[in-house]
Ligand binder design. Structure first.
Ligand code: ATP
Ligand code: MG
Length: 339
């Protein structure tokens, strides 16, 4: 799928600031006296108009993040803002206005997105009516844009799962929100229908300029979006950026590169497979090289060879110091996977 180059400069560095800004976001749930840290200092910046997928294992904190961004929940600590609205200090009327005008939401359960007793057109008109701006032509335009104009007068039970999700997207963008959030919008759909819905998200992003954040388990999602952010243990850990390049034969190529996410104080997570491959534990040595940073296993406690060629007890050294372990980093073999 990708190269795993974590040191190549980003094709487009993530913007500081932007439409969605999360800095050191923490969300702790308390249930029966037990605390669960769903988000553990999560950092995410998304530029206006971007289309970003969030992926990660079950329980990694994806839905917690989306629920906070949708204004339905508040972080325990940190900074979070969407389109300039501070999500930690937002209260009462401001919260209602935020949910009505700034964000649109699509849930995984098709039945949760649409009212069963209204037609597709009536469902799309409903949020506009609540905002006092109902417009049938605008609702019809959105149904056309999403390729479901044929469902105009059908109720949800008369539509397929994919059609229901596309109508749900029309409902979510009816009040022209700045940001569209979708939590597993393809979770109940088969593969082909999932592709259709993801492509519809892309069309909405391109046509309406709305910033889109999609949470998904779908491993193929990175083929449909420019940027895929992986959450691990409540933090953003890696990102895959896709760009197009034209090769020497004039053929367009899609290049996908994986990057480690660096927070503003310089912290990053090493991928599990790098850690396992080099048996990295607790401490590592770092070395600044002209064009990269070397990460070395800490060998301080490794048995050292004696004069007789036998391993000395852990921590001992021939000359009474551990300098033998501190060869210049540039003289060491370069660990695979750290470049
Ligand atoms: N209301 C809650 N009360 C207690 N714990 C919660 C609550 N909501 C989420 N959690 C816990 O927070 C962690 C993150 O949950 P979250 O729903 O964000 O994960 P997720 O990445 O969306 O997982 P999935 O892919 O299964 O949907 C989990 O350990 C979960 O059990
Ligand atoms: Mg979830």
């Amino acid at each position: 799928m990708t190269t795993t180059d974590t040191t190549t400069p980003a094709a487009e560095a993530p913007p500081r600031g932007g439409e969605i800004v999360c800095e050191d976001v923490v969300r702790i749930f308390s249930a029966d006296g037990i605390e669960v840290q769903a988000l553990q200092g999560l950092n995410l910046h998304v530029a206006a108009g971007d289309l970003v997928a969030i992926v990660g294992a079950s329980g990694s904190g994806k839905s917690t993040l989306l629920t906070i961004l949708s204004g339905l929940d508040t972080p325990t600590a940190g900074k979070a803002s969407v389109a300039g609205t501070d999500l930690l200090t937002m209260r009462g009327r401001a919260r209602v206005n935020y949910q009505r005008h700034t964000v649109g939401f699509v849930w995984q359960q098709t039945s949760r997105n649409l009212l069963p007793y209204l037609t597709a057109l009536e469902n799309v008109c409903l949020p506009m009516s609540l905002a006092g701006t109902a417009s049938v032509p605008h609702a019809e335009h959105l149904l056309r844009l999403l390729g479901v104009e044929h469902c105009r007068d059908r109720k949800p039970t008369e539509m397929s799962g994919g059609e229901q999700q596309r109508v749900a997207i029309a409902v979510a963008v009816a009040n022209s929100p700045k940001v569209l959030l979708a939590d597993e919008p393809t979770g109940e759909l088969d593969e082909a229908t999932s592709v259709e819905v993801l492509e519809t998200m892309r069309a909405v992003n391109a046509e309406l300029g709305v910033t889109v954040l999609i949470v998904t388990h779908d491993p193929t999602v990175s083929e449909h979006v420019r940027r895929t952010v992986q959450i691990r243990d409540g933090r953003t850990s890696t990102e895959v950026l896709r760009r197009r390049e034209t090769d020497e034969h004039g053929q367009e190529q899609h290049i996908a590169e994986e990057f480690a996410v660096l927070d503003k104080v310089g912290r990053m997570q090493l991928p599990h497979d790098f850690v396992d491959a080099l048996e990295l534990k607790q401490r590592v040595r770092l070395a600044l090289e002209p064009d990269h940073v070397g990460v070395w296993r800490d060998t301080t406690d490794d048995p050292k060879p004696t004069d007789q060629g036998e391993a000395a007890p852990s921590g001992a050294s021939n000359d009474g110091s551990d300098d033998a372990n501190r060869a210049e980093p540039s003289e060491r073999p370069e660990p695979e996977g750290t470049r």
